[in-house]
Design a protein around this ligand. Structure first.
Ligand SMILES: Cc1cc2nc3c(=O)[nH]c(=O)nc-3n(C[C@H](O)[C@H](O)[C@H](O)COP(=O)(O)OP(=O)(O)OC[C@H]3O[C@@H](n4cnc5c(N)ncnc54)[C@H](O)[C@@H]3O)c2cc1C
Length: 498
């Protein structure tokens, strides 16, 4: 007889900020019948995987932390990768989450079995649970473009999210492909040591001034002694970003125009060469793609050992990169700072709900979604950092915590009758999704640029199109009238997403 699958009430997949946050909140409501499956050997998600030089948060540290675990010890106003990763490990330890994590458990597939369980196949065996929480991250699967000849390159290659710390750059000829959020941090970090650096740009980003500074020891002492002061600072940052940035990106074009003029001055101040400046000037609206805070990216590009290549890449040769103008650029190392699979995240194809529906249908637009968290055909299932929960201006942890409020409220209400299976009403999910896409139409994200926020049909499946206070209000309580309920081991109710 095959071994019985380990039966747990709740399985969370992923031990990044969302999965650890879920663990803390479950323990806080005295729920310990859960495990967290993490494919890696350590927790940390984004902040474990992105170890490239210069990696740091681009929202202020005081905001980029859980509301239940403020960190008075941040070293800088925008924390670097090391500090955030350390904070996550300390938080998971402090709240007793670590014993619940099963490291090196890669979830290969999860499906709903109609008997009231999710069945998970991992590389360490089969498991089952009543409730499944997906916390696998929206920026967790590095995407490397398929450039002809890439496999024939004779030097070293790496993706920014799979950094090889043993790779030395001193005195080498290096290519960085991409000019997005990771590239603007990598380029100034490696420029001083390399012999030559070529930065391959497809579309220029909006590089905005970065108010980065060290947090002084007296400030840290103050926050340790009077935690409410750090809460006030955090609230100030949150509201300033809500009022100014969200208003500019979603409501008031005039305000956005004002910000654009300031940012263009940053470019003009830092890049004196008019020809280079013209190639770095974005021709789309500020905010349409993720804005890139940096004070040292433009100065690095102006150094004599750096060139900006805007000619498209034709193919990769053993010696380097051939551009469409016929020029061969020779390199020892190629760095792909080319982002992630977002709407086409392979995990979406591996989570299979009722009637063989796959989660990937939610990002392709075939299946509606409710609050970025629940989906028709996916009973007893929650997704954290799901569709349209992304923000460009504030901390993703804020959105994750809103979702956790909702998930925890749902679990508490569902526990009254432990045999209950719930599923969002298709009509509720459909009207939510339609309303969200209608609101998206008036925002900067619908102003015409192509970005990773969109799926292959051009539909924005990543961003939240409003103030995050609206999301917080919508996720405050789990409303049972939005759901259909039935008993486990009974045939599922006949609902349709159409
Ligand atoms: C370089 C970079 C910088 C960023 N900067 C900011 C910022 O400044 N501000 C901001 O708000 N956001 C930022 N983000 C977004 C960031 O991803 C989120 O803020 C946050 O870390 C997401 O947490 P998460 O837990 O949802 O996902 P992740 O951190 O991606 O964690 C997902 C976890 O799930 C695990 N996992 C995935 N698939 C499986 C599987 N099949 N089986 C088992 N485990 C699995 C992964 O190994 C990972 O540990 C940044 C992202 C990147 C990549």
């Amino acid at each position: 007889m095959p071994p019985q699958p380990l039966d747990t009430k709740i399985i969370v997949v992923g031990a990044g900020l969302a999965g650890i946050g879920a663990g803390v909140r479950l323990l806080q409501m005295d729920e310990s019948d859960f495990v967290i499956f993490e494919r890696a050997e350590q927790l940390g998600g984004t902040w474990r995987d992105n170890q490239y030089p210069g990696c740091r948060c681009d929202v202020p540290s005081h905001l980029y932390s859980y509301s239940f675990a403020l960190n008075p010890n941040w070293q800088q106003t925008y924390a670097d990768q090391d500090d955030i990763w350390e904070y996550m490990q300390a938080t998971a330890e402090r709240f007793g989450v670590v014993p619940h994590i099963r490291f090196s458990h890669n979830v290969l597939e999860a499906h709903w079995d109609d008997g009231g369980h999710w069945v998970l196949t991992t590389d360490r065996g089969v498991f089952q649970c009543r409730y499944l929480v997906s916390a696998t991250g929206s920026l967790a699967e590095p995407s490397t473009p398929s450039i002809p000849g890439a496999g024939r390159f004779s030097g070293a290659t790496m993706h920014s999210a799979r950094w090889d710390p043993s790779q030395r750059f001193d005195g080498l000829r290096v290519a960085v492909i991409g000019t997005g959020a990771s590239a603007v941090q990598i380029v100034p970090s490696i420029q001083p040591s390399v012999a030559h650096l070529s930065v391959f740009q497809r579309t220029p980003g909006w590089v905005v001034p970065h108010p980065l500074r060290p947090i002084r020891s007296w400030e840290r002492r103050l926050y340790r002694r009077f935690p409410f002061i750090q809460r006030l600072v955090r609230a100030g940052i949150y509201w300033q970003r809500e009022v100014v940035v969200v208003s500019a990106f979603t409501k008031y074009d005039g305000l956005r125009g004002l910000l654009e003029r300031q940012v263009r001055r940053h470019l003009a101040r830092q890049v004196r060469d008019p020809e280079l400046r013209a190639r770095l000037a974005p021709d789309y609206q500020l905010g349409c793609k993720r804005a890139l805070p940096s004070n040292d990216f433009y100065p690095a590009l102006c150094q004599p050992n750096v060139d900006l290549v805007t000619e498209p890449i034709a193919r990769i040769e053993p010696e380097g990169i051939l551009t469409t103008d016929g020029q061969l650029h020779r390199f020892d190392v190629i760095v792909y700072a080319t982002g992630f699979y977002v709407s086409d995240n392979p995990m979406g194809g591996r989570i299979v709900g009722r009637a063989s529906h796959r989660l990937a249908e939610a990002t392709s637009g075939e299946l509606p979604c409710y609050l970025g968290t629940t989906f028709p055909y996916f009973p007893n299932f929650f997704m954290l950092s799901g569709p349209n929960t992304g923000t460009g201006h504030t901390s993703q942890i804020f959105m994750i915590e809103c979702q956790l409020n909702y998930v925890l409220d749902a679990l508490e209400q569902l526990e009254v009758d432990s045999g209950t299976v719930f599923e969002v009403l298709p009509s509720v999910a459909m009207s939510y999704t339609e309303d969200l896409q209608r609101r998206m139409r008036g925002t900067v994200w619908s102003s015409g640029c192509a970005s990773w926020y969109q799926n292959s049909d051009g539909r924005n499946v990543a961003m939240w199109p409003d103030y995050t206070t609206v999301f917080r209000r919508q996720t405050r309580r789990f409303d049972p009238t939005d759901y259909v309920f039935h008993r486990a081991a009974q045939p599922a109710p006949s609902v349709s997403a159409n």
